[in-house]
Unconditional design. Structure first.
Length: 402
């Protein structure tokens, strides 16, 4: 169980997003992987412009036009390097969950070869190595860059700002089937959420359940930045037979400044701990350095700012959905299609998905085009026309204030 810090103790450290160990591991693994690639694969892997629109597309449904290089295009040694890079962006538990998601494609291939009539083509559609590695910007010392691993039911998105600050969201995983024996990527998340719902009194449960119908997928969809108010789609793309109405969508909408659901202030201490623990169970799939900062942020959040919301069926193997939100974080888990046997889950940083605020602040101060690299090639001395250029590392004031 989680426990609030001693209020008489020292103040909590700010959410700085600094993660030097994880960033260093990412950089060296990226260098090793890129250096090992043939020129054509390397060209396919790197997009020099951090502002390229494709970097914002983190949707993990099957797509025929993925950018980057898939695992199945790599040789044996390169796959090992790619796995080391994947682990650099995750905790050990998060890494095991990601591997489980990828391995479950084998189960889906066998199930769907019959159900969908794929035959031999199922091996092309459900491939445990059908996960693409992509890189944006210039992976280098003091540089701003990003990388991603994406494929069916897995979307891992990393943004490194000035080789000092790191964001890891949106971080999304899916699972189908949910009861998949030892390949149980999101089963513990499901069990914890149902346990919270069932622990509520009838009155509290009525406040937590925002609608009796679950959305077809994430309420916030796959937008790159969660706006002030987000409505779900009425269908899940590619899934026939599950639709919601405009009235359903309005009941399910997420309002950032006033999210629906039951407030943590209206929960018992044990229930509030369980909600915090589930939120942290998602967050702690990321690198340990960031997980520690997020943990302090979650434990410091006022109970009134923590919301737990549920929609749809109230038991396993029914179509259902839940979310947990604070002023800074959001978890969504949708298990609507296939009667509770097909779950999509994501956790998001409402300020810094895809490095949003950190990048805006960095570009405002330093520009987007690597000015620090050019400084190395020219003289830097004060003249009558130009003062001595100064600068250095900084901690953005917006994060210190938290």
């Amino acid at each position: 169980m989680t426990h609030l810090p001693d209020p008489t103790g020292p103040p909590l450290a700010p959410m700085t997003y600094e993660a030097p160990v994880a960033i260093k591991r990412m950089l060296f693994a990226t260098w090793a992987l890129l250096d090992s690639l043939r020129p054509d694969l390397k060209a396919a892997a790197i997009v020099p412009d951090m502002r390229a629109p494709d970097r914002l597309d983190w949707d993990f449904i099957p797509k025929p036009d993925r950018a980057g290089i898939p695992l199945h295009a790599l040789d044996r040694h390169q796959k090992v390097i790619a796995q080391s890079l994947l682990k650099a962006g995750l905790s050990m538990r998060g890494y095991s969950q990601a591997l489980t998601v990828m391995a479950t494609e084998n189960l889906l291939r066998e199930l769907e070869a019959v159900e969908r009539g794929f035959g031999v083509l199922a091996g092309n559609f459900r491939d445990p190595e059908g996960y693409w590695f992509s890189f944006w910007g210039r992976p280098g010392f003091e540089d701003t860059w990003g990388w991603r691993v994406i494929g069916h039911h897995l979307s891992l998105n990393y943004t490194i700002v000035a080789q000092r600050y790191l964001t890891v969201t949106p971080l999304a995983m899916g699972a189908q089937p949910v009861d998949a024996g030892v390949l149980d990527a999101l089963g513990e998340n499901e069990r914890r959420a149902l346990s919270i719902l069932h622990s509520l009194s009838p009155d509290a449960r009525d406040r937590a359940v925002v609608h009796d119908i679950a959305p077809a997928d994430f309420v916030t969809r796959q937008v790159p930045h969660v706006g002030a108010e987000e409505w779900p789609d009425w269908v899940d793309l590619g899934i026939v037979g599950y639709e919601t109405t405009d009235e359903d969508r309005e009941r399910l909408r997420f309002v950032k400044g006033d999210p629906s659901g039951i407030s943590g202030a209206d929960l018992t201490g044990e229930q509030l701990d369980a909600v915090r623990d589930l939120l942290l169970y998602y967050v702690e799939t990321g690198p340990d350095e960031l997980s520690r900062q997020y943990r302090e942020q979650v434990l410091a959040a006022a109970p009134r700012d923590i919301r737990f919301a549920w929609a749809g069926g109230r038991e396993a193997n029914t179509s259902h959905y839940y979310r947990i939100s604070t002023r800074d974080l959001l978890v969504e888990a949708d298990n609507a299609v296939a009667a509770g046997q097909h779950v999509h889950a994501v956790w998001r940083d409402l300020n810094n998905d895809l490095g949003r605020e950190l990048l805006l602040d960095h570009y405002a101060r330093h520009g987007p085009d690597g000015r620090h690299l050019r400084r190395r090639l020219v003289s830097n001395r004060p003249t009558e026309d130009a003062p001595l250029e100064t600068g250095g590392w900084y901690v953005p004031e917006v994060y210190v204030k938290r």
